[in-house]
Write a protein that binds this ligand. Structure first.
Ligand code: ATP
Length: 376
């Protein structure tokens, strides 16, 4: 069989109008997406949103119903997987149990008829920090080590693009966190384009330069992790990437750089530029004003005078408080506005901030983002 010849460096991935339908069910709606060369890209979404199907179409394991896939500027839509400069790492590492680690990694080279494999394999084992394990069998390694062998094996032929399908799914949380940083380091070192599928938002945000949040077979938003977190464009993205307090409000006018809102009797300010293109951002429009819990602060109602000038403020009552070390997580009953979450760092804890206490929630208006209430 003919295998892909190695290429140096990463290639970009360009999807144009690709879609996938199974009978009458559309798993992926027509999608245009460009993944820059040598970047770390994550497809993030809940189970069934179409991320694996998208990945499999890039790999050539699934034929798109419509559209084209180009890798490094070459249209590969009609090429079988082995003719694409792509390799895939799956959750089940699928290592060869009867071969030692060295031979597992050497496999791709030997299959291409490469004679002297030693130097390349050793380099690859060093890259994944498994040099001393070369003569062990897969079953003599931990889950994290096996995962690194799978990555080394997939990288040995220097694909332009490495696809990773929930590769850390089988690992426990601590190891998972470690491997996330490890994979990021490897990607930076080899400069190959990584496309990583995960349902774990923290994982996507830790590793990727760019994240595509998928929902119902569509990319709902694309951006750098911090940008998605701070400026979610939809309630789905706001809620999928961590906890968000979405406060139902109505626009009453403008003041300087802000929209003025009314919510449960309180007046809030929302930076106009953080409303995106929300059509509701006009007087009378209904918006959701979002604030991340760690951006909000709590103060006992007795000390409401100490709230900084210009902050948004809402009255409430502490419903629940959980001390979790770095922070205390409060659930606040904000009366007509429902429940809001506040994470307070335990710097100067006011001993009176216990369930039942009347409080004022406050935050810098700059930390507020706006969503159109009608699209949610
Ligand atoms: P997961 O994280 O659970 O793998 P996913 O986001 O990767 O989810 P896909 O595997 O891409 O989702 O599947 C998207 C949708 O397409 C799902 O609803 C799935 O049931 C459906 N689907 C996938 N493969 C087939 C198939 N061969 N025939 C019919 N439906 C399919």
């Amino acid at each position: 069989t003919q295998t892909a010849t190695p290429q140096s460096g990463g290639g970009d991935v360009r999807l144009q109008g690709i879609s996938k339908t199974y009978g009458s069910f559309t798993a992926v709606h027509p999608l245009d997406l460009t993944i820059p060369a040598a970047s770390f890209f994550a497809l993030l979404g809940a189970s069934g949103c179409g991320k694996t199907t998208t990945l499999r179409m890039i790999a050539g394991l699934e034929d798109p119903t419509t559209g084209t896939v180009a890798l490094g500027g070459q249209d590969v839509t009609a090429l079988p997987p082995y003719k694409r400069h792509v390799n895939t790492v799956f959750q089940s590492y699928a290592l060869f149990p009867h071969l030692d680690i060295f031979e597992n990694v050497a496999f791709g080279l030997r299959r291409r008829g490469v004679k002297s494999v030693k130097k390349q394999v050793e380099e690859m084992l060093d890259l994944v920090q498994l040099g001393p394990m070369a003569r062990r069998r897969p079953q003599q390694l931990s889950g994290g080590q096996q995962q690194r062998v799978a990555v080394a094996r997939a990288l040995i032929n220097k694909p332009q693009v490495l696809l990773l399908d929930e590769p850390l799914g089988a690992l426990d949380l601590k190891l998972r966190r470690q491997m996330q940083l490890e994979l990021k380091r490897i990607q930076t070192e080899v400069g190959i384009t990584f496309v990583h599928v995960t349902h774990d938002q923290e994982e996507a945000m830790t590793m990727a330069d760019t994240v595509a949040v998928m929902n119902g077979g569509r990319v709902e938003q694309l951006g750098a992790p911090a940008d998605l977190y701070e400026n979610p464009a939809t309630t789905f993205v706001a809620n999928f990437l961590g906890t968000s307090n979405l406060i139902e409000a109505e626009v009453t006018g403008t003041g300087g750089e802000h929209l003025l809102l009314t919510a449960g009797g309180a007046t809030l300010r929302l930076p106009t530029r953080r409303c995106g293109a929300a059509p509701a951002a006009r007087t009378g429009g209904k918006v959701l004003a979002g604030v991340r819990p760690e951006k909000m602060a709590l103060i006992h109602a007795d000390r409401a005078d100490a709230v900084p000038e210009g902050h948004n403020r809402l009255p409430g009552r502490i419903k629940d408080a959980s001390f979790i070390g770095v922070s205390t997580q409060y659930v606040i009953d904000a009366h007509a506005l429902g429940e809001l979450a506040v994470y307070e760092q335990n710097i100067e804890r006011d001993g009176r901030l216990v369930p039942g206490a009347e409080v004022v929630l406050h935050w810098n208006p700059a930390h507020t983002f706006g969503l159109d209430a009608a699209q949610s």
